[in-house]
Design a protein around this ligand. Structure first.
Ligand SMILES: *Cc1c(COP(=O)(O)O)cnc(C)c1O
Length: 393
């Protein structure tokens, strides 16, 4: 690390291990560090930069909006917020949207909305059934909703009311339903757990269970939404319409913005129930508009599915060659089981070779390339991964 930057390293809280690299700029699928060294980026800010680094449409939208209107506050309408709300509503089964700045904030909003609905229509029912190994964010309530091992005690006491069921086991959900239950909340594909998809029968059974017991079905699509899984939203592929959905990550393509969407029947906040200084901030939502227009443009999602297929085929071949485990994927969200806990070692070796990878669990790698990656970039990454695995053998 260059000496001018190294001396302030300790000024940042050490909340995550960081390599001695300072990234200076990005361009599409690539990042460049302080020595102008190039990295192929298959992390893309944790599935955030859906259009890659510094995409022209977002740069244009931000610079135009920045010179026009940065902020008016959430108690006034602004044009890009209205446009983004319209785009989200007209392309989903939902009727209303609330904008936030992070995935956790959107999920907090979903939890509050479900509890509000429970107070209004279900005699104060408040329990939200969530799932083992799920991830919903890092606020106190969303950590309590998450099923990450160890998170039940780390900042005890937890926020009450998040009993945990087992993914893809409908009986485990049914067993938790009681008069206090108001909703079931899940990721259509558990991302941080290592790209674990729900199966279609389970999600359909869950919808039925919710209908039979007057419960809200909440999908956390912070990671799976916005084209990541090959359709605009992952739940579309299961033929199930949820009551509430949250978006984050890819929605701003690198700019912090999130959204809470609800069907009219449960969109029941009263004045003052929900808010946030930066919610619907014109600058942030202008990036969201640019992203949504791009995702909805002719052939974009289809091309992104091809990126996913090419990567999956390459990973399957690599898995065979090096005797690794299964490849799981939906669209351009993929994981490769390693059959050992070599994940962190591979991530480090890959970075040294100029390839950025992520190991959400020590036993698997996760791949979140830009949705507009081109075939040559996918081949390049696969070639690098193969070389790295060979050297580590
Ligand atoms: C990343 C993520 C979150 C949290 O989003 P933040 O923007 O980090 O608060 C919530 N849910 C899921 C499924 C995620 O992948």
């Amino acid at each position: 690390m260059s000496t001018e930057l190294a001396h302030t390293k300790d000024c940042l809280m050490a909340t995550t291990p960081r390599p001695d690299i300072v990234f200076i700029r990005g361009e599409g699928a690539y990042l460049f560090d302080q020595n102008n060294r190039r990295y192929l980026d298959w992390v893309q800010g944790w599935a955030v930069n859906c259009l890659g680094h510094a995409p022209e449409v977002i740069v244009q939208a931000l610079s135009t909006q920045a010179s026009r209107l940065l902020n008016v506050g959430p108690a006034f309408y602004n044009a890009p917020a209205l446009e983004l709300a319209g785009l989200l509503i007209s392309n989903s089964c939902f009727d209303q949207v609330f904008f936030g700045s992070s995935g956790a904030e959107a999920n907090e909003g979903a939890i509050k909305l479900a509890r509000k609905w429970g107070q209004k229509y279900k005699s104060g029912a408040f329990e939200i059934i969530t799932f083992a190994n799920s991830f919903h964010g890092r606020t106190l309530a969303t950590m309590s909703a998450s099923g990450k091992v160890g998170w039940d005690t780390i900042f005890a006491p937890q926020v009450n009311g998040f009993p945990k069921a087992t993914l893809n086991d409908i009986n485990s959900v049914t067993a938790l339903v009681n008069s206090q239950t108001v909703a079931v909340m899940l990721e259509p594909i558990q991302g941080e757990a290592g790209v674990i998809p729900v199966n279609a029968e389970f999600l359909k059974a869950l919808r039925q269970l919710c209908d039979d017991n007057e419960l809200l079905l909440i999908v956390d699509e912070v990671q799976t939404g916005c084209g990541r899984t090959g359709t605009l939203f992952a739940h579309e592929q299961y033929g199930v319409e949820p009551d509430i959905m949250t978006l984050g990550k890819g929605l701003g393509g690198g700019v912090p913005i999130s959204a809470l969407l609800a069907r009219r029947s449960c969109s029941c906040f009263d004045y003052g129930d929900q808010g946030g200084t930066f919610g619907g901030n014109p600058l942030a939502v202008s990036a969201g508009v640019a992203v949504m227009r791009t995702l909805l443009s002719d052939g974009f999602l289809e091309a992104s599915r091809k990126v996913g297929t090419q990567l999956a085929e390459g990973l399957s071949a690599i898995s065979k060659e090096f005797d690794l485990g299964e490849v799981r994927r939906k669209g351009a969200l993929l994981a490769l089981e390693l059959g050992s806990n070599a994940g962190p070692e591979i991530v480090t070796a890959a970075r040294e070779k100029g390839l950025l990878l992520n190991a959400p669990r020590p036993h698997c790698l996760r791949f979140m390339p830009a949705l507009n990656s081109v075939s040559a970039e996918v081949d390049e990454g696969l070639g690098l991964l193969r070389q790295i695995l060979k050297e580590l053998q």
